[in-house]
Design a protein around this ligand. Structure first.
Ligand code: AP5
Ligand code: ZN
Length: 217
C-alpha cells in the first residue's frame, strides 16, 4: 500500500492511519509527528519548526521533502509501503514526491481526501489529547482515554498540542485552504483521488476507507 491521507486539521488523519497501518502492514509517516519529535529533542530544526507550527504556517518544502525521502528510502518498515499523513501539503511537495517515487519505479495507489466542514473541527481540535511518544490521539469527549489524562497502552501522561487552540486552528485552516487545496486539485486530475465523508463517526469513516481501497466507492 502506498497512499496519501489528506484533510484539514482534525479531519481524522492521525485517527485512521494506524488502522490502515495495522491492516496493510505498511508504515505511517506523519510529518507533524516527525516535527514534534524534533521540537521535543530541542534540535535547531525543532526550534524553528515550533515557531512556524504555533503560527499555523508551513515548514520549508525542501526540509519536508528530504525528511520524507530519507524515511521512504531507508526505513525498513516502508518496504511494505507507506501512508503519508500531512504530506504533501504544497504542490511543490507533491511534484517532488512523484519524481522521487518514479525514480524508484513506484507510484501512489490512493490519494484519499477526508472531507469535513471547518465548523466541526473546532471541538475536535480543542478537545484532543495526545501521547507525545507514540502520537496516539484521544478526545476528551469523543474518544476519552480509559483513565483520565493517561495513555491506555503505557499509562504515560497525555498532553494538549501547543497549536491546538482556536486562534491557531483558524490560521492552520487558512493555510490548508490556501496552500493544500491546490494539492487536492493536483490529485483530482489523476485517477487515484477519492473523497471520504470525515464527519461520520470513526468506525464509519473506516468502513468508507475500506470501500475506497477495495475499489467499491
Ligand atoms: P499535523 O500534525 O499534520 O497537523 P494537521 O494537519 O493540522 O492535522 P491534525 O494532526 O491536527 O489532525 P488529524 O487529521 O490528524 O486529526 P486527528 O485524527 O488527530 O501538522 C502540524 C504542523 O506541522 C502543521 O501545521 C505545519 O506547521 C507542520 N507540518 C506538518 N507537515 C508539514 C508539511 N508536509 N509541510 C510543511 N509543514 C508541515 O483527530 C483530531 C481529534 O478529533 C482527535 O481528538 C480525535 O480523537 C478526534 N476525532 C478524529 N476522528 C473523529 C471522528 N470521526 N469523530 C469524532 N472525533 C474524531
Ligand atoms: Zn494528525
Amino acid at each position: 500500500m502506498r497512499m496519501i491521507l489528506m484533510g484539514p486539521p482534525g479531519a481524522g488523519k492521525g485517527t485512521q492511519a494506524p488502522r490502515i497501518k495495522e491492516k496493510y502492514g505498511c508504515c505511517h509517516l506523519a510529518t507533524g509527528d516527525m516535527l514534534r519529535a524534533q521540537v521535543a529533542k530541542k534540535t535547531s530544526l525543532g526550534r524553528e519548526a515550533k515557531k512556524i507550527m504555533d503560527a499555523g504556517g508551513l515548514v520549508n518544502d525542501e526540509i519536508m521533502v528530504n525528511m520524507i525521502r530519507s524515511e521512504i528510502e531507508s526505513n525498513p518498515e516502508c518496504k511494505n509501503g507507506f501512508i503519508l499523513d500531512g504530506f504533501p501539503r504544497t504542490v511543490t511537495q507533491a511534484e517532488k514526491l512523484d519524481s522521487m517515487l518514479s525514480s524508484h519505479q513506484q507510484k501512489l495507489q490512493h490519494a484519499i481526501e477526508l472531507q469535513i466542514d471547518d465548523q466541526l473541527l473546532v471541538s475536535r481540535i480543542t478537545g484532543r489529547l495526545i501521547h507525545p511518544a507514540s502520537g496516539r490521539s484521544y478526545h476528551k469527549i469523543f474518544s476519552p482515554p480509559k483513565q483520565s489524562m493517561t495513555d491506555d497502552l503505557t499509562g504515560e501522561p497525555l498532553i494538549q498540542r501547543s497549536d491546538d487552540n482556536e486562534e491557531t486552528l483558524r490560521k492552520r485552516l487558512g493555510t490548508y485552504h490556501e496552500q493544500t487545496s491546490p494539492v487536492v486539485a493536483y490529485y483530482q486530475r489523476t485517477g487515484i483521488w477519492k473523497p471520504v465523508d470525515a464527519s461520520q463517526e470513526p468506525g464509519q469513516v473506516w468502513q468508507s476507507l475500506l470501500k475506497c481501497f477495495d475499489g467499491k466507492s
